[in-house]
Design a protein around this ligand. Structure first.
Ligand SMILES: NC(=O)c1ccc[n+]([C@@H]2O[C@H](COP(=O)([O-])OP(=O)(O)OC[C@H]3O[C@@H](n4cnc5c(N)ncnc54)[C@H](O)[C@@H]3O)[C@@H](O)[C@H]2O)c1
Ligand SMILES: O=P(O)(O)OC[C@H](O)CO
Length: 333
């Protein structure tokens, strides 16, 4: 049985721990709060995040990251993107020297514009060949209910990605192998921002034409940015690209879409932040993705307008006009 350290016991960390346990791994899950750890160990549930999923007994939890990491053959990271660097400062010296380190996160760091694999390599002192990114249309609650879904397991090393895919394959979760770490990460982070935009439109009462237009043009700017950063354009047509964009933009389960919906339906930014208990990565990543795009001179108008709402106090209804009145251009540019 492969021994896995899952660092993060929120929605996705818990659901992914269950995938790996169902795939035959033994999972030691680190969570910050003692009550979460006690509940997992005694009642085999994480009721604050996945109340309907009974967890296998091969998942045990601990508040000690040293304990979670001891003997781990695969390390999986599932914390908010903006706290990862600080977390790694605590974990770095305890990370195993030869195990794959998997990022489940979909964000870009504020300030540095770094993707999560870059933060892991830098702050965790992990050899890039050992870093794996898992991304796709993976709403945690549906996967916890064992509804079939697929994802990309991307890494530069064939051996490393095969090991993580093998340890994540179940009857309801199908990993595909990928080589494009950059594209997989840019797709995963940027779709959260597009989902904020779609949510705002929906909250303002707009229908499916608006959603499809935002989704399609959102994919265009995601691919433009990713390609400029060295990604394979094909990645954006795959599970981490179109797949995740469709799932996140369409689903009321998405925290990002819901955040946007609340803003679009008239709640203030403070009210929406107050009402959002889980991580909606796009809220912070819209700013870092915009800066990243500026650094490579790529136009990302939807990301820019979402950032204007979330960080500059613009009204959602005002940015509709800004997007619709942009200069005429070829669709394919
Ligand atoms: N939920 C999903 O459906 C889903 C699916 C795929 C990817 N993701 C990605 O996975 C990552 C984690 O998301 P999630 O859904 O588990 O979020 P979450 O909000 O449900 O859980 C986040 C976890 O991190 C912990 N945390 C918060 N602040 C922390 C800190 N300073 N240090 C350490 N831990 C801290 C929380 O206590 C919680 O256990 C995100 O990047 C998200 O985009 C989520
Ligand atoms: O709930 P969200 O918006 O963070 O989206 C969750 C997953 O990324 C969907 O694949």
């Amino acid at each position: 049985m492969t021994r896995v350290a899952m660092l993060g016991g929120g929605n996705w960390g818990t659901a992914y721990a269950a995938i790996m346990a169902d795939a035959g791994c033994t999972v030691r899950l680190w969570a910050r709060r003692g009550e979460v750890v006690d509940e997992i160990n005694t009642q085999h549930v994480n009721s604050g995040y996945l109340p309907d999923r009974e967890l296998p007994e091969t998942i045990s939890a601990t508040t000690s990251f040293a304990d979670a990491l001891d003997g781990a053959e695969i390390v999986v990271l599932a914390v908010p993107s903006q706290t990862l660097r600080t977390n790694l400062a605590d974990w770095r010296d305890l990370l195993p020297k030869d195990a794959p380190v998997v990022s489940l996160m979909k964000g870009v760091e504020l300030g540095t514009g770094e993707r999560m694999s870059q933060v892991i390599a830098e702050a965790g002192e992990v050899d890039p060949d050992r870093i794996v990114v898992v991304s796709g249309p993976n709403l945690a609650a549906e996967i916890a209910a064992r509804q079939p879904a697929a994802a990309v397991v991307a890494a530069s090393s064939p051996r490393v990605r095969a090991k993580v895919a093998e340890a994540s394959a179940t009857a309801y979760f199908r990993p595909y192998l990928g080589t494009d770490v950059v594209g997989t990460e840019i797709a995963g982070a940027t779709k959260n921002v597009i989902a904020l935009a779609v949510g705002m439109a929906s909250g303002m009462g707009m229908g499916d034409n608006t959603m499809a237009s935002l989704l399609t043009r959102g994919l265009a700017e995601t691919a433009r940015l990713g390609t400029a950063l060295g990604a394979d354009p094909q990645t954006f047509l795959g599970l981490a690209g179109v797949g995740d964009l469709v799932a996140t933009c369409a689903s009321p389960l998405s925290r990002n879409r819901t955040f946007g919906y609340r803003l679009g339906s008239g709640m203030s930014l403070d009210e929406v932040i107050e009402s959002t208990k889980q991580t909606a990565e796009g809220v912070k990543s819209c700013e870092s993705i915009l800066q990243l795009a500026e650094s490579v001179d790529v136009d990302v108008p939807i990301v820019e307008n979402v950032a204007a709402v979330v960080h500059e106090g613009r009204e959602p209804k005002d940015v509709v006009g800004a997007l619709m009145s942009r200069a005429r251009k070829l669709e394919t540019n």
